[in-house]
Design a protein around this ligand. Structure first.
Ligand code: NDP
Length: 324
């Protein structure tokens, strides 16, 4: 048994690994159209925590993914539940019936569901983008917080606080376990986050670039091809979202620059843009949600290799932080 706060090649013993029942404090973000059972199971089997992204799944689809995940791994895994999801009651019923051990909630008030989930013995982690909301999470009784900075892909906080500024602020605000997210794709970045007070990291973009991610291959290749400056947070009048700049983004920018009202932007966005872009591979007219860190991701490799690479680099950095 590892001493508290110690780590070896076999794992890290800290509050996050204890809470989630995992070897490495490496969590794969719940991502719409990317993180189904295959990715979640692969990450959990590799010693991290895999998360099924329920935001893009109809309830029956989520049920199928939970069941398949349970068959593919005997390790803990989680479901990410965006709280603004339309059929949330049905999702929660499946999560409880299937005894999913951990739920990561996001995009909503942590007070709404935490008590009900915890009454079922489910560990609840909530995703925030500010210290103020992290404190609300602690008050609402969640078990841990993911603090996600402005670098992150997909839905993004209105405060636009970068991970570098967010993590120390959240660390000061709460005493429950803290997981850092936004811009983390390497072991060195993980080391930096842990040095600033995080006890684990949540990684999204890097796990999109794996064969197990359910997104379209063309989207994965677009992520690998993305360079510095190729992602942007847009649609700020609706829900801010970080995506790759493409023809759809150009149209949004033109509309915003011409002062288009919200109704016009909503019409321009239409329905299922994210599905068209990330799941069906429509690279110009779809919505391609990915983090800023995509500019340094240059390969598509199995999810287990991502976990191994990040963990090995973390350990090597801890041993000699200033050696490049
Ligand atoms: P849209 O309204 O544009 O489209 C809804 C999409 O979700 C469709 O593709 C639809 O699939 C699918 N879907 C799954 N379940 C349902 C349901 N019960 N009712 C209606 N549609 C459903 O939404 P978005 O694609 O922009 O977002 C979908 C979800 O993902 C939301 O819950 C949102 O909060 C979440 N989201 C989270 C992000 C994050 O970063 N955390 C980023 C963006 C979105 P089909 O086309 O097959 O009908």
């Amino acid at each position: 048994m590892l001493q508290e706060g110690k780590f070896t090649a076999d794992g890290f013993n800290n509050r996050v690994t204890q809470l989630l029942g995992i070897r490495y404090p490496i969590i794969q973000a719940g991502m719409i159209w990317a993180s189904g059972w295959r990715l979640a199971a692969a990450v959990s089997n590799a010693g991290g925590l895999g998360i099924i992204g329920a935001g893009s799944m109809y309830p029956a689809v989520l049920l199928e993914h939970i069941r398949k995940c349970k068959q593919a791994t005997d390790k803990p895994f989680a479901v990410n539940l965006p709280l603004l999801y339309p059929d949330i009651e049905e999702h929660i019923a499946h999560i409880i019936a299937e005894k999913v051990p951990i739920v990561f909630t996001s995009a909503g008030n942590p007070k709404t569901w935490t008590a009900r989930l915890k009454a079922q013995g489910i560990t609840v982690v909530h995703v925030v983008s500010s210290a103020k909301f992290a404190k609300k999470c602690e008050d609402a009784g969640v078990d841990a917080v993911v603090a996600e900075g402005f670098e992150a892909g997909g839905h993004n906080g209105r405060e636009e606080t970068t991970t570098l500024c967010l993590i120390p602020a959240v660390r000061q605000a709460i005493s429950i376990p803290l997981i850092a997210a936004g811009g983390i794709a390497t072991g060195r970045a993980m080391y930096a986050m842990m040095a600033m007070g995080a006890e684990g990291v949540q990684i999204g973009s890097r796990f999109v670039c794996t064969p197990e991610a359910s997104s379209h291959h063309a989207f994965k290749e677009a992520v690998v091809a993305a360079n510095e400056g190729d992602t942007v947070v847009t649609l700020k009048k609706l829900t801010p979202v970080r995506m790759i700049k493409n023809q759809f983004y150009q149209k949004v920018e033109e509309a915003e620059n011409s002062g288009a009202p919200v109704a016009v932007l909503e019409q321009l966005l239409g329905r299922a843009r994210a599905k068209h872009g990330m799941f069906e591979g429509e690279l110009q007219e779809g919505e391609l949600e990915i983090g800023q860190v995509s500019s340094i991701i240059k390969k598509i490799i199995p999810a287990a290799d991502v976990v191994k690479e990040v963990w090995t680099e973390f350990m090597n950095t801890a041993e000699a932080p200033f050696r490049y």
